[in-house]
Design a binder for this molecule. Structure first.
Ligand code: ZN
Length: 399
């Protein structure tokens, strides 16, 4: 069947309108911009103070964004608990999004070449102070691990440099994306989803992950759940989720897993590997994603994979200690192809926008990942909920 471009346009419009984009929202008139902005400044270990600073005049290359919301990342919770990055005092929040309320005269387009206007909804990714003209097309290889990011910058003279605030000043050299066609919840999920887009791109380099692969996803926190959703949008339908919480396994099925295995129901790795094999109808997995930070889970995951299969390890965002494997049985004799994955590139960021639309299009309930929402004034509660590991994604939403 031939579909002409008018039909395609109509379909695109229909899908986009279902995404709750910003076409109906009015840009804030600059007269409505207040003189000051609140920020949630981390001033000590487990100590957040709501401070108020003047909103500065913005430069010709800057953008003033009214923050709508921002997710709490594991990184934020670590910094709140122990200051491992030595950033205090700092305004945290890097999973943020908001509306452009003021722009310098030189700002015309986002980092993907899309026009930027007052009222557009944006997210930021990396900051390149030394190379402000860089765009996503130059950045296949630049991993965010080596770049500056809003929300992880030391406090400076403007103070408005983290997303846990009413306003943020986006400065020259920042990568900014116009994501007006995504609703607020999906925009808050962009950053964690980019981590998984990157992992799946890494997995694809093995040549083993295919349309009809049997894939096991170990760990059903936000990372594993998003992984399952991405695999599903790629047309991979034979997905087994492994976790120890029945609630999370149910959620994994909502995200697209075919079956699930609760490791608590099986004692010993042999029984567990047997259960995973049974879940695939008597076959081992072609490919595995390891999405927990547990060394034991890393040791176990090899047992789920067939000879000649593949593995993507992405659970160790931070150093979780050493894991033991048997190189003969686990890697060599099985000829496993192993890739590691960490954070993302700008290219992955742009791919993520398409993933979110496609996930929505096939009815995956990604927004349900955001289980808790707090106003900025209750950010302390939000951190504590995150640390208690209640729920999945915790977000701060500006009232
Ligand atoms: Zn993050």
């Amino acid at each position: 069947m031939d579909i002409n471009s008018a039909q395609i346009e109509a379909i695109v419009k229909e899908v986009l309108s279902g995404l709750g984009g910003s076409s109906s929202s009015k840009p804030a008139a600059s007269g409505n911009i207040p003189a000051t902005s609140r920020v949630a400044m981390l001033t000590g270990i487990e100590k957040v103070e709501i401070k108020e600073y003047p909103i500065p005049e913005i430069g010709d290359d800057d953008i003033l964004v009214k923050v709508e919301g921002c997710g709490i990342c594991g990184t934020d919770a670590h910094e709140y608990k122990r200051d491992p990055f030595g950033l205090i005092p700092v305004v945290l929040g890097h999973e943020g999004t908001g509306e452009i309320v003021k722009m310098g005269k030189n700002v015309k387009k986002d980092s993907a070449g899309k026009p930027l206007n007052l009222g557009d909804k944006v997210v930021t990714c990396m900051i390149f102070k030394d190379n402000p003209d860089i765009t996503m097309f130059d950045l296949n290889k630049q991993n965010v691990g080596g770049a500056d990011v809003y929300g992880l910058l030391p406090d400076d003279e403007t103070h408005l440099n983290g997303w846990f605030a009413d306003y943020i000043v986006i400065r020259k050299g920042s990568t900014v994306f116009n994501v007006s066609d995504l609703n607020l919840d999906l925009r808050i999920l962009i950053e964690p989803c980019a981590v998984l887009i990157h992992a799946v791109e890494r997995a694809k380099t093995t040549g083993i992950l295919r349309f009809n692969s049997r894939v096991v996803v170990q760990g059903c926190g936000p990372i594993g759940l998003i992984c399952i959703a991405i695999l599903r949008t790629m047309g991979i339908e034979n997905i087994v989720a492994v976790d120890g919480e029945e609630k999370r396994l149910d959620f994994a099925k909502e995200m697209g897993a075919t079956t699930s295995v609760n490791f608590k129901n099986h004692s010993g790795i042999e029984a567990l590997a047997g259960a995973v094999k049974d879940a695939f109808g008597g076959y081992e997995a072609d490919f595995a994603f390891q999405c927990t930070g547990s060394p034991v889970a890393h040791s176990n995951v090899y047992k789920f994979i067939r000879n000649g299969g593949g593995l993507c390890e992405l659970g160790f965002f931070i150093n979780g200690g050493d894991a033991t494997i048997n190189p003969h049985f686990d890697l060599c004799s099985k000829e496993i192809t192993l890739v590691g994955s960490w954070v993302y590139t700008l290219r992955d960021y742009a791919t993520t926008f398409d993933f979110l639309k496609r996930a929505k299009g096939i009815g995956l309930p990604l927004e349900k990942l955001i289980t808790h929402k707090y106003p900025l004034s209750q950010i302390d509660e939000a951190y504590k909920t995150n640390i208690k590991m209640e729920g999945l994604k915790i977000a701060v939403i500006n009232e």
